[in-house]
Ligand binder design. Structure first.
Ligand code: FEO
Length: 173
């Protein structure tokens, strides 16, 4: 049986992951409206990943005799100034999520909850990747500046990211 404090903290993390998914979907919508379809596609896959993170925690809670209690999801921003602004917000957001994961690890240590500590290791490693890919996106867009040729090439590259899961019909949209 999982400790009540850990159950509450993991439920809050489910909400944070769902918010992340919601925010990346909102970014994908903004980018699509701006005609930046490659980055929009990348963000859609990012949104799928965050949903997967939320479901992974939900499944773990159930396995430990706890219960996932879904909470209201805050409305994400709807507009950004540019693809670079989206990338910077993504990087900043992932750093915040890393902080949340670290807090969960500290709580697991405090409660001597070794199973949750081990479960969280996957997220610790995932956050290293998440921060790295967001940081790369920022750096590449900063280097591209206003060079439309480079921006188009980057957009095409990012657009090749495959979806995490396919919708019926074999398309991600
Ligand atoms: Fe689930 Fe991007 O952190």
């Amino acid at each position: 049986m999982i400790d009540e404090r850990m159950e509450k903290a993991l439920n809050d993390q489910i909400n944070a992951e769902l918010y992340s998914s919601y925010m990346y979907l909102s970014m994908a919508n903004y980018l699509a409206e701006e005609g930046i379809d490659g980055f929009s596609n990348w963000m859609k896959t990012q949104a799928q990943e965050e949903l997967y993170h939320a479901m992974k925690i939900q499944d773990y809670l159930l396995e430990r005799g706890g219960r996932a209690r879904l909470q209201a999801i805050e409305q994400p921003p709807l507009e950004w100034d540019s693809a670079l602004a989206v990338a910077r917000d993504t990087y900043q957001h992932e750093q915040k999520v890393t902080g949340l994961i670290n807090q969960l690890v500290s709580l697991a240590d405090e409660l001597n909850d070794y199973a949750t500590r081990q479960f969280l290791q996957w997220f610790v490693e995932e956050q290293v990747e998440e921060e790295d890919s967001a940081d790369n996106l920022v750096n590449q867009l900063e280097m591209a500046g206003d060079d439309m040729g480079v921006l188009l090439m980057l957009d095409r590259d990012y657009g090749s990211r495959p979806p995490l899961f396919q919708f019926p019909g074999g398309e991600s949209d």
